[in-house]
Design a binder for this molecule. Structure first.
Ligand SMILES: [Zn+2]
Ligand SMILES: [Zn+2]
Length: 246
């Protein structure tokens, strides 16, 4: 699909619709990006699901407006910047069965689906977020890793967002984490998916794991993602990146 130079392409940007980003219209991001002189900006707001079972994201009936507004901007700003329209979505087998991902895939306004597995469906039909802390500490990474592999194999997704964030509850690298990582990397490799190194993960303890990226060396392609939830983060995160570059 691509190699995106992070200095010229702003990948993984959210919008006000997710309810935990700045309350600014989308064109503020676009104008900021143009001001920065980059080639492209990639919006990947959190995907809604039918009947709105989750908070902190757009409502299902806002999806059309999101896609239409950005499609319009794509056209308005076409001589200044490439705007790409995506969604960051979890893979949930029950929504696959109901045809939801197929419906998204068929929508011509959408350029890509980013697999961002923030929680997983459990074998009992619930979600990992209802587990208690002890179970989460023990089993969440495995459940997320398994769902990521299923998501990759489903064929709907182009890029895996922050795969190493699956280990956010771990304190030290261990053999289980290495096994989960190997599954993700080999499955992504087999299906030609790109893995995202997430700049926001780097700023949170235990969200970014160097060991994971060492295992991936010479294997899957990498894209640097910002996970920006405000226009300032387009610049701030990028500056830090440039400062820490060797
Ligand atoms: Zn978010
Ligand atoms: Zn994100």
């Amino acid at each position: 699909m691509m190699f995106l130079n992070p200095e010229e392409n702003l990948f993984h940007v959210h919008t006000f619709r997710c309810r935990h980003a700045d309350e600014v219209p989308d064109d503020v991001y676009v104008k900021k990006a143009i001001e920065m002189g980059v080639k492209s900006i990639w919006f990947t707001d959190h995907a809604p699901f039918p009947e709105n079972p989750f908070g902190y994201r757009m409502m299902y009936d806002e999806l059309d407006e999101y896609l239409d507004t950005l499609s319009e901007f794509k056209d308005i700003y076409k001589n200044q910047i490439d705007i790409h329209i995506g969604l960051e979505a979890e893979y949930f087998p029950s929504y696959d069965k109901d045809g939801y991902y197929q419906q998204l895939k068929a929508d011509e306004r959408l350029d890509l689906l980013l697999l961002g597995q923030h929680m997983a469906q459990t074998d009992e039909g619930g979600y990992t977020f209802s587990w208690d802390k002890e179970k989460l500490d023990r089993d969440e990474a495995g459940a997320l890793g398994k769902a990521i592999c299923q998501g990759i194999e489903s064929g709907y997704f182009d890029i895996v967002a922050h795969p190493d964030r699956s280990f956010r509850r771990k304190k030290h690298w261990d053999d289980d984490m290495a096994d989960i990582s190997e599954n993700i990397i080999s499955t992504a490799g087999k299906h030609g998916l790109i893995l995202e190194q997430n700049e926001t993960s780097k700023r949170h303890k235990h969200h970014y794991w160097e060991e994971f990226w060492k295992m991936n060396e010479g294997r899957c392609q990498i894209v640097i993602g910002l996970d920006a939830h405000s226009p300032e983060e387009l610049v701030k995160i990028r500056r830090e990146k440039l400062c820490t570059r060797v």
